[in-house]
Design a protein around this ligand. Structure first.
Ligand code: SAM
Length: 470
């Protein structure tokens, strides 16, 4: 079957099932990717196409129609097995209602699982290097569960080779939607669904689009106007290049949602159990304990600073800040100078490590495949992003220098001079940068006592300093 024929029979199939597809057509771009284009002028907020709910492939359908009993397998493994069954057993099951949909699914993907050795090497030094290994082992683990199940049920393993499973996995990684996005009333566990045609629309960041479920039809309604021949876009969410490359196999130059990911190692911290508990509570709402993100926001408000403040807390500080974690309205801002300085030093070291890694030398192949081009965009953008963040960080450091001097100088012998210096030089600056100082009642001497008290209370030992970034 010719490509154009596949697309036409897919649209025809949708029409006969009651879908509304009169305003659109499917076309291929130079990379061979399908996309949805306006066949007629489309006004903002006009339902551009709709797909009957009965064409959605979810976990219940997958389990019910699989040729073996999938009980005990996670939903997603059963769903991948079913899509593989539809694709590779389709000669035997030409009566499946999804055949035209299966025929139009890509044969190959550009996601990490399909990278060649040379392409994988290009990820060296980037956070994806490790994530790619983890992702592939996660998919292998899913595959092993399936193989085990097939053995138990006596069903032929030949129908489900690793290559076929990887194909099915990539269909879900790059084309599925969470059920709740399509059905806001759905309150079951997180579950993925495949929605023919909806999954043919390419991504453009910040695109306005509405999906709604009305009378058992899923409607796709853009928030902007499209002229005849223009490509219609979907919005996969505020995804960074790292997420796009890992999940979908493409990158966007100057992606507005890019971030740098840093990995913190605090397993050796004696307070790790308590800190983990805090990170998981609503205050941080983190679901992963070791990966943190800096977004393109002002550093000072950034979540990473709050996280780092906790990371570098010592025993006294965790004790004193306990209420900040139980009281969700309290902001986890400044804790102490000791904490603040260590936090900023730790952050500096993290940036430094990251810079060294991003600058690592890689051999760029002469033949620049689609995947190579994507990884190069990812590397280049990570570097640009790093430089930008580093500049912002350096200006922030100036604010902290004053504290550092004060802290490292300790309390001088001649307290009188020191108090004098504090009141004329240091406090006005500190008060501007750290308003909490001015809230301390009393004269300069009392303030001094407070500062000294803080330093003494929160004194950190050399051993403690060495725990982070081990
Ligand atoms: C949900 S599908 C969209 C339809 C797909 N192009 C097709 O041929 O069926 C997602 C895939 O489309 C491609 N894609 C989507 N948006 C893209 C973009 N902005 N740039 C490059 N590729 C994109 C990627 O291959 C991605 O894995």
């Amino acid at each position: 079957m010719e490509i154009a024929e596949k697309e036409e029979s897919f649209l025809e199939w949708l029409r006969t099932k009651g879908a509304k597809v009169d305003l659109i057509e499917i076309k291929k771009d130079p990379n061979g990717e399908n996309g949805v284009y306006a066949k007629k002028k489309i006004s903002p907020n006009e339902v551009t196409f709709s797909v009957p709910q009965e064409l959605v492939i979810d976990s219940e359908i997958s389990r019910a129609l699989l040729p073996f009993d999938s009980m005990g397998l996670p939903d997603i493994v059963a769903q991948i097995a079913y899509i593989v069954h539809l694709k590779f057993d389709s000669d035997k099951i030409t009566n499946t209602k999804w055949l035209p949909y299966i025929r139009i699914l890509p044969e190959k993907f550009s996601t990490i699982g399909f990278f060649t050795e040379a392409e994988l090497k290009l990820l060296k030094g980037t956070p994806i290097e490790q994530s790619a290994i983890e992702k592939i082992s996660l998919v292998k683990n899913m595959y092993n569960q399936l193989v085990e199940k097939l053995k138990q049920t006596g069903y032929s393993e030949k129908e489900y080779t690793w290559d076929k499973f990887l194909w099915g996995y990539s269909v879900y990684a790059s084309r599925s939607f969470t059920k709740r996005l399509l059905d806001l009333k759905f309150d079951g566990p997180v579950s993925e669904v495949l929605v023919p045609l909806f999954d043919m629309v390419n991504h453009k960041p910040k695109t306005k689009v509405t999906w709604e479920n009305s009378n058992n039809n899923l409607n796709f309604t853009p928030g902007t106007e499209y002229n005849v021949g223009e490509e219609i876009f979907n919005n996969y969410g505020p995804k960074s290049n790292e997420e796009l490359l890992m999940g979908y196999g493409f990158c966007i130059e100057n992606n507005p949602f890019d971030y740098l990911r840093v990995k913190l190692n605090y397993e050796k911290d004696p307070l790790v159990a308590e800190k983990k508990m805090w990170f998981l509570n609503e205050k941080f709402g983190l679901n992963k304990l070791d990966l943190f993100i800096t977004k393109l926001e002002s550093f000072s408000n950034d979540l990473i600073f709050k996280i780092l403040r906790v990371m570098v807390m010592n025993n006294n500080e965790t004790f004193l800040c306990h209420s900040a974690f139980t009281d969700l309205d309290k902001d986890l801002g400044f804790i102490s100078y000791r904490n603040e300085l260590l936090m900023i030093n730790t952050f500096e070291k993290l940036l430094y490590n990251l810079k060294n890694k991003i600058e690592a030398h890689v051999d760029i192949p002469d033949h620049k495949t689609y995947n190579v081009v994507n990884v190069l965009v990812y590397r280049e953008d990570s570097y640009k992003f790093f430089v930008l963040q580093n500049l912002e960080f350096n200006s922030l450091l100036e604010k902290y220098n004053i504290c550092e001097k004060l802290y490292s100088g300790g309390v001088p012998e001649d307290t009188k001079d020191f108090v004098e210096d504090l009141s004329t030089q240091v406090f006005p600056i500190l008060a501007k940068e750290f308003p909490e100082i001015s809230r301390i009642n009393g004269d300069t001497e009392q303030r001094l006592l407070w500062v000294v008290g803080i330093f003494d209370t929160f004194y950190i030992s050399d051993e403690e300093e060495g725990i982070l970034l081990a």
